[in-house]
Design a protein around this ligand. Structure first.
Ligand code: NAD
Length: 341
């Protein structure tokens, strides 16, 4: 295969990014687009000169693409991913893989039964500071990981303005999956037991019925302990959309990561100072670059060259099972053992 033809379902912030990447990479082509908002689908279809649809089943029936990106809201991944797998398409699902055990298992089953490959877009594995930290830790010079701290907090406007469906998801599904995947990636293990507490009230008062913030203590299967914080009530005056900090304490050394902005670029406007991300998906010379693109490249190259993806479907599923246990722990106010499979 000379190049990979990819379609995109769900054309909001991230789906339109996928569409752009598939249209810009030299070894991929954008084949078709779909959004249940007809105006949005028609606009993207016209922009890229590709067929557009408002129903993913019509796209799957008519489009001869090899792969489909699923970028619908967090709680609406299952149907599109399962139908795409049944149509014999490889699937790139935006994170989280899904928001319930049943949905996760349905996607895993559909992949197995139809012999297609499914990757979840856990792109922080190729976020340079995290990728390099993992290499240094795996190299052994710092000794084994003993404890991890991970904070990933979004600005308020993510829940109140950006995502019309915030209350159907949660900050754990939206961002906690990245945090937890990185804890697994850096420690080389997965959670055995979780104990979470949550607080709410800020978003409720702004008309979004959702938990504000979770703090979770985690015991990993290899004995490492971790603390994870995920909230979406950081003030909108904050210089970056995400406040992301990580410390990995090892037997002989330590790694610290400032993932929010790294202070590489400061832009001062009359109202505020911003630190836009230079490494996630910056636009340079009219093309989109950065680690978010790199992970999409990994998916396409993985298919074209029969190479492994950056993360396995099982790893993405396990992260969802652990996030489910964290929700349960916060609800029950007690520690919960994670049930895998
Ligand atoms: N990898 C990352 O770091 C990252 C960043 C942002 C968003 N995401 C993920 O991408 C996904 C989409 O997020 P977003 O911010 O682009 O959301 P969004 O609300 O901007 O866009 C979602 C789009 O899906 C469409 N849609 C809903 N149901 C549909 C269906 N059944 N068929 C076709 N279209 C449908 C909506 O009309 C909307 O245009 C989410 O799962 C989110 O968590 C990932």
């Amino acid at each position: 295969m000379e190049y990979l033809r990819c379609a995109v379902v769900g054309l909001g912030t991230f789906g339109s990014f996928h569409a752009r990447v598939w249209s810009e990479l030299p070894y991929t082509r954008l084949a078709a687009v779909c959004d249940r908002d007809a105006a949005r689908a028609a606009a993207l279809g016209a922009q890229y000169g590709v067929p557009w649809y408002t129903d993913h089943r019509a796209l799957l029936a008519q489009c001869s693409c090899e792969a489909v990106s699923v970028a619908t809201p967090d709680h609406l991944h299952r149907q599109v991913a399962v139908d795409a797998a049944r149509a014999g398409k490889h699937v790139l699902v935006e994170k989280p893989l899904a928001t319930s055990r049943e949905d996760v298992n349905a996607i895993v089953q559909a992949a197995k039964q139809n012999g297609v490959r499914v990757m979840c877009d856990l792109h922080n594995r190729v976020n340079p500071p995290f990728a390099l930290a993992r290499q240094r830790i795996a190299g052994g010079e710092l000794g084994e990981v003993r404890s991890l701290y991970m904070r990933m907090n979004d600005a308020c406007s993510v829940a109140t303005e950006m995502l019309s469906w915030a209350k159907e998801s949660s900050i754990l599904w939206f961002v906690g999956v990245h945090s937890l995947d990185l804890l697994c990636f850096l420690s080389g293990s997965r959670p055995r037991k979780v104990y979470a507490m949550s607080t709410r009230g800020v978003l409720d008062s702004m008309g979004v019925p959702a938990v504000d913030l979770y703090q979770t203590s985690i015991e990993m299967e290899n004995g490492t302990i971790a603390q994870m914080e995920n909230g979406w009530i950081v003030p909108d005056g904050s210089p970056a959309l995400i406040d992301m900090k990580c410390t990995v304490l090892c037997r002989r050394g330590m790694v610290k990561i400032n993932g929010s902005d790294s202070d590489l670029l400061r832009v001062y406007s009359p109202q505020r100072m911003e630190t836009p991300s230079c490494i996630a998906r910056p636009e340079i010379n009219d093309r989109v670059a950065g680690f978010a693109v790199d992970n999409l490249c990994c998916f396409a190259q993985g298919l074209l060259e029969s190479r492994p993806f950056n993360s396995t479907l099982q790893e993405a599923a396990d992260v969802c099972f652990a996030i489910g246990a964290i929700h349960e722990s916060a609800r029950l106010h007690c520690p919960v053992e994670v049930q895998y499979s």
